[in-house]
Design a protein around this ligand. Structure first.
Ligand code: TMP
Length: 212
């Protein structure tokens, strides 16, 4: 079966994922690859409808357990309708957040049991795991300050306290430590071009490995 390449960007608030995802997409498209750029929560019409429920409103609108279940409903739809068909065509799928965000936000920072999240991953993701996860890392205070500058309605998670965001950062670093073959941690507290160069190097290594 032909299979594309699945790349995810992860990190806390204000880490610059969206900018880096756009740059990477343009770079790979210029080389003639089919690139499917997407995001979570969202990426399919049903999942985008669930996104609005998740990212808008008061910080305590949902418990971490309710969030986990809503996120996995959205993720199942996103996988079935967008990610899996694109990978089957041989595309490069690049997602702004994926399953590691649930491990970090709802698990490490929110307190949902890791074993429960692992079980959802097995049931919903099955074999569809990222080939490469780029974790854009920076101190929680720096990221929150950057995110505050962009404003907008989607600030539900930003409004959780600093302690939440510190646990979140530790959660992403723990994922990277547990799966060093899949994850690359990139210092996001450096100029955009330096971050892009680190992203490009990590992606090129994976593409060279997966070339036919
Ligand atoms: P974004 O701001 O990067 O677009 O992400 C939307 C918010 O959703 C962000 O605050 C993190 C949160 N989120 C989770 O809490 N768990 C998840 O699994 C995902 C995908 C996102």
């Amino acid at each position: 079966m032909s299979r594309g390449v699945f790349i995810t960007f992860e990190g806390g608030e204000g880490a610059g994922k969206s900018t880096q995802l756009r740059r990477l997409s343009e770079r790979l498209a210029a080389r003639g690859r089919e690139v499917v750029a997407t995001r979570e929560p969202g990426g399919s019409p049903g999942a985008e409808a669930l996104r609005a429920l998740l990212v808008e409103g008061a910080a305590d609108r949902w418990s971490p357990m309710s969030e986990t279940l809503l996120l996995y409903a959205a993720r199942a739809d996103h996988l079935e309708r967008l990610i899996q068909p694109a990978l089957a065509r041989g595309a490069v799928v690049i997602s702004d957040r994926f399953a590691d965000s649930t491990r970090a936000y709802q698990g490490a920072a929110g307190g949902v049991a890791p074993g429960f999240i692992d079980a959802l991953e097995r049931a919903v993701l099955g074999e569809t795991r990222p080939d490469l996860t780029l974790i854009l890392d920076l101190p929680a205070e720096r990221g929150l300050a950057r995110a505050a500058g962009r404003g907008g309605a989607e600030a539900r998670f930003e409004s959780k306290g600093l302690g939440f965001h510190q646990r979140l950062r530790d959660g992403f670093l723990a994922v990277a430590a547990a799966e060093p073959d899949r994850c690359v941690v990139i210092d996001a507290d450096q100029p955009l071009d330096a971050v892009s160069a680190a992203v490009a190097a990590a992606v090129d290594a994976v593409l060279a490995r997966s070339a036919p």
